[in-house]
Design a protein around this ligand. Structure first.
Ligand SMILES: NC(=O)c1ccc[n+]([C@@H]2O[C@H](COP(=O)([O-])OP(=O)(O)OC[C@H]3O[C@@H](n4cnc5c(N)ncnc54)[C@H](OP(=O)(O)O)[C@@H]3O)[C@@H](O)[C@H]2O)c1
Length: 244
């Protein structure tokens, strides 16, 4: 590893597993001081001890919790260099069978979460810092049976662009849209019988799911020193899925 993030402080939401864990691991290996957040305390502290990083128990849809985290952060650290809004969840459901509760949950965590985190942490970020939002290829092209998830992820795409315009010249804001990545989220969908692994492999022309470290490699580029002219960019990392 090349120490590309030496001296930087990063927050990765949803860092206890999956893509967020992969990003936290890569950033740590590149010299950053990383703070991971998620809701489940035991999974969070286990991940933090494996990564030798800090952690903060947080629900990203809870504005009071986020405010307390900013107070904690400003006592412990000087400034924030990188915010990765990765935490997210999926509750499958079509337009006819999605409940209001499932709609609110996905919009609040997947879309309002990145808004609240950015809105509250921006005062602690200096010029030259960067924000990375994790959307999905279904934020660009949709899929059947997941209306609230698709709507939330499309919102993240345009939230990224709007933030990039507001903060241009000060803070860069970019977005990664992964296709199917092999994480606990996908394992849960398979175990519930929503979908088969074979089908999830086949939806990428490359013929396999992505790995968290493959998303982390793009995250490092977008948050690192080699992307200083990149902002408002929506990057697919998708095994060729959106080429079709
Ligand atoms: N895997 C894929 O195929 C795929 C594809 C495209 C986009 N994505 C997106 O990539 C991101 C990560 O997905 P993943 O597959 O790595 O999911 P995952 O394996 O289920 O991990 C999700 C992480 O987010 C945390 N989280 C969930 N709700 C939260 C909340 N309200 N507040 C704080 N943390 C929360 C989880 O911990 P707790 O549950 O303990 O809070 C966990 O750390 C998500 O935004 C997802 O939509 C995933």
């Amino acid at each position: 590893m090349s120490g590309l993030l030496e001296g930087k402080i990063a927050i990765v939401t949803g860092g206890s597993k999956g893509i967020g864990y992969g990003i936290a691991e890569r950033f740590t290996n590149e010299g950053a001081k990383v703070i991971i957040c998620s809701r489940n305390e035991s999974e969070l502290s286990e991940a933090a001890s494996k990564l030798s990083c800090e952690s903060y128990q947080l629900d990203v849809s809870d504005s009071k919790g986020i405010k307390s985290m900013t107070e904690w952060f400003s006592k412990e650290h000087e400034k924030l260099d990188i915010l990765v809004n990765n935490a997210g969840l999926i509750r499958p459901g079509s337009i006819t069978d999605t409940t209001e509760e499932d709609w609110d949950l996905q919009i609040n965590v997947n879309l309002k979460g990145p808004f609240l985190m950015s809105n509250n942490f921006l005062p602690l970020m200096n010029n030259g810092s960067s924000i990375l939002n994790i959307s999905s290829t279904v934020g660009l092209r949709s899929m059947r049976g997941a209306v609230a998830y698709c709507a939330s992820k499309a919102g993240v795409v345009n939230l990224t662009k709007a933030m990039a315009l507001d903060l241009a010249g000060k803070i860069r804001v970019n977005c990664i849209c992964p296709a199917v990545v092999d994480t606990p989220m996908v394992a849960e969908r398979v175990s519930k019988g929503n979908v088969s692994r074979k089908m999830l492999e086949r939806v990428q022309p490359i013929g396999r799911m992505g790995r968290p470290e493959e998303i982390a490699a793009m995250a490092l580029h977008l948050c690192g020193p080699e992307a200083e002219w990149t902002t408002g960019s929506i990057i697919t990392v998708d095994g060729g899925q959106t080429a079709a």
